[in-house]
Design a protein around this ligand. Structure first.
Ligand code: ATP
Ligand code: MG
Length: 335
């Protein structure tokens, strides 16, 4: 295995189009990085009975870095099927989910440049639900440990950019759980005294993200609020075809576009690969600490989209292949 290796999981649907495209771009940018393909998803489950085969998990662990496309989920409950991405995030302990919202290629609002840091391991996502048929309950678990460590990630990233961090919570209604989240993030952020720290109730944050997204810099939120707010905020930046994310842990990271497997357009060669490219840039910057390659990749995406080489979701008529080729060329030209 080369010193740096990437586990490549294309998954289902358009994952099989946008992930190979991103691998071609990476090969231009960092030819030293080895890429090892592994399988996961619904198709895999139907063939081998596991959505995340043991061999895939072993490869992901050995590489420490994963590029994940998208997987389809069955619309009905299927025995033995568990979402492979949720299992992978847990197995690699990627505790912070980074979702930047910023203009790319002149698309979306030019004045919005924010980053949502979403806690990635707990809250209502632990899946502890019960019901007696008439009353149903779900456990919302918040721990000091997880809140502090996502707080440290958010504070470090905020200190490296605008210097403002907003804690999102609903501690007026949930003083124990959301109160613990808020207080733990505050404690973690005290290690960065130059930060401007403020807080915002989640409902107010939603309104302000619609009306004045330009007022935010870095937001840190528990899992569920972070999920909802980042989709909302992504609308300012051109939608799903451009929305990138990175699941970041202490040892491991998973780059993953926000969109799903998009079965409605899969196989037609028109999927927008830009969100996957931008996710790869996040991996380069925050996991491999290669800010230079990350900036070159971001600039290449920006340049190609600004030239009007855009897929149909952005109103253009370019194919995934044409966008990919143009980004590869732009990356090479920036050397
Ligand atoms: P899944 O269940 O896998 O999430 P989905 O049907 O919800 O699948 P998404 O991938 O979430 O589909 O996409 C929602 C819509 O956005 C679809 O109409 C899809 O075609 C479009 N879309 C998503 N990603 C892209 C992309 N990269 N390029 C073009 N269109 C996209
Ligand atoms: Mg979806």
């Amino acid at each position: 295995m080369s010193p740096l290796s990437l586990c490549v999981i294309a998954g289902d649907g358009i994952g099989r189009e946008v992930v190979p495209a991103a691998c071609r771009v990476l090969a231009r940018l960092r030819p030293d990085i080895g890429m090892i393909e592994a399988e996961a998803g619904w198709d895999t489950f139907q063939r081998v009975g596991q959505a995340l085969p043991d061999a895939t998990l072993a490869t992901a662990r050995a590489c420490g870095a994963v590029l994940f496309g998208a997987v389809s989920s069955p619309s009905h409950r299927v025995d033995g099927y568990r979402s492979p991405i949720v299992a992978l995030r847990r197995a690699l302990d990627t505790h912070a989910n980074l979702r930047p919202v910023r203009p790319l290629g002149g698309i979306g609002r030019p004045d919005v440049d924010l980053l949502i840091v979403r806690e990635n391991t707990e809250d209502l996502y632990i899946g502890e639900e019960r019901s007696d048929g008439d009353t149903a309950e779900a456990i919302k678990r918040i721990t000091r440990h997880a809140s502090e460590r996502v707080g440290r990630v958010a504070a470090r990233l905020a200190a490296g950019r605008g210097g403002r961090l907003t804690i999102v919570h609903k501690a007026n209604i949930l003083p124990l759980t959301d109160g613990l989240f808020r207080d733990s993030v505050r404690a973690a952020a005290s290690g960065w005294p130059a930060l401007t720290l403020d807080e915002c109730l989640v409902d107010t944050a939603a309104l302000r993200l619609v009306q004045h997204p330009e007022h935010f810099d870095v937001l840190v939120a528990p899992n569920l609020y972070g999920d909802i707010l980042s989709d909302l905020a992504a609308a300012h930046a051109g939608g799903l075809g451009l929305a990138a994310s990175l699941n970041l842990g202490e040892q491991c990271a998973i780059a993953e576009p926000v969109h799903g497997s998009a079965p409605d357009i899969a196989g037609r060669g028109i999927a927008n690969p830009a969100a996957t490219f931008a996710s790869l840039a996040l991996l380069l910057r925050h996991h491999w600490r290669d800010a230079d390659s990350a900036s070159r990749l971001d600039a290449a995406i920006d340049h190609v989209l600004a030239q009007g080489i855009r897929t149909p979701d952005l109103g253009g008529d370019a194919s995934c292949e044409q966008v990919t080729r143009a980004v590869c060329d732009a990356v090479l030209a920036s050397r």
